[in-house]
Design a protein around this ligand. Structure first.
Ligand code: NAP
Length: 247
């Protein structure tokens, strides 16, 4: 149904959380999936765990480092001869209120979340332009739409992802490359595991569908966007948030 058999897919930040589950979903559809992240041991272990679902290959990469990204894309092209889907998923938080937010936390978040997506798009799109086809999925966040106190750096990076998405969608549309963004709401992963029971209850009360999201909720949207079912969709932002942000 998703026609992803033998497609080459790169999922950055694929060693855990949302990226891991996206990688699993694509592998289950018969794609050759490359996962990357900084920590080599975790990445290797993730690829081993995912191997029961399909073809998954670990290649370490720090998305904030241009050489690291360039080498990653080069290795993928040498190994598979193509790159069909890029999922810009790697991301971090360094939360603090504006007055306490220091420059290094600003830089770390912007360099990973926004510059990382730029670098991966830049090097991956060269191959996609040669192929005259490709699909890029950028993982943003609903806070990139709404803002969030204590997350100025993160929200700015995720809002930047939306600008990157719409601009590259316009640049690449005539060349057969579609670019879309997913803006997840609150999804259960390591990134969000610090909530206590009271906070969890309060948060769930603000979600119309009445539950916190799962990585599978995001992976389903990624599969759809990468498939021919979404062949007439580019430059769009898909909120996967249980209805939390509707305006
Ligand atoms: P997570 O569980 O913390 O996983 C983050 C992944 O990114 C890990 O694989 C991590 O591996 C990798 N990563 C971090 N920095 C990297 C770098 N510089 N280069 C390469 N890989 C890097 O986070 P998650 O919750 O799954 O989030 C995934 C994406 O969804 C992020 O972009 C996040 O902002 C977005 N999102 C999450 C939520 C949520 O509620 N969880 C909501 C909205 C949006 P290493 O640390 O080993 O590099």
């Amino acid at each position: 149904m998703f026609a992803l058999n033998d497609k080459t897919v790169l999922v950055t930040g694929g060693s855990r959380g949302i990226g891991y589950t996206i990688a699993q979903s694509f592998a289950e559809q018969g794609a050759n999936v490359v996962i990357s992240s900084r920590s080599e041991d975790t990445l290797q272990q993730a690829a081993e765990n995912l191997s029961e679902h399909g073809q998954v290959y670990p290649i370490p990469c720090d998305v904030s480092d241009a050489k690291s990204v360039k080498d990653l894309i080069k290795e993928i092209i040498e190994e598979f001869g193509s790159l069909n889907v890029l999922v810009n998923n790697a991301g971090i938080t360094r939360d603090n209120l504006m007055l306490r937010l220091n420059e290094s936390d600003w830089d770390a978040v912007l360099n990973t979340n926004l510059k990382g997506a730029f670098l991966c798009t830049k090097f991956a799109s060269r191959q996609m332009l040669r192929q005259k086809s490709g699909c890029i999925i950028n993982i943003s966040s609903v806070v990139g739409i709404t803002g969030n106190p204590g997350q100025t750096n993160y929200a700015a990076s995720k809002a930047g992802i939306l600008g990157l998405t719409k601009s590259t969608a316009q640049e690449f549309s005539s060349r057969g490359i579609r670019v879309n963004a997913i803006a997840p709401g609150y999804i259960e992963t390591d990134m969000t595991d610090e909530l206590n029971d009271k906070q969890r209850e309060e948060l769930t009360g603000r979600i119309p569908l009445g539950r916190i999201g799962s990585p599978e909720d995001v992976a389903g949207t990624a599969l759809f966007l990468a498939s021919p079912l979404a062949g007439y969709i580019t430059g769009q932002v898909f909120r996967v948030d249980g209805g939390m942000v509707m305006s």
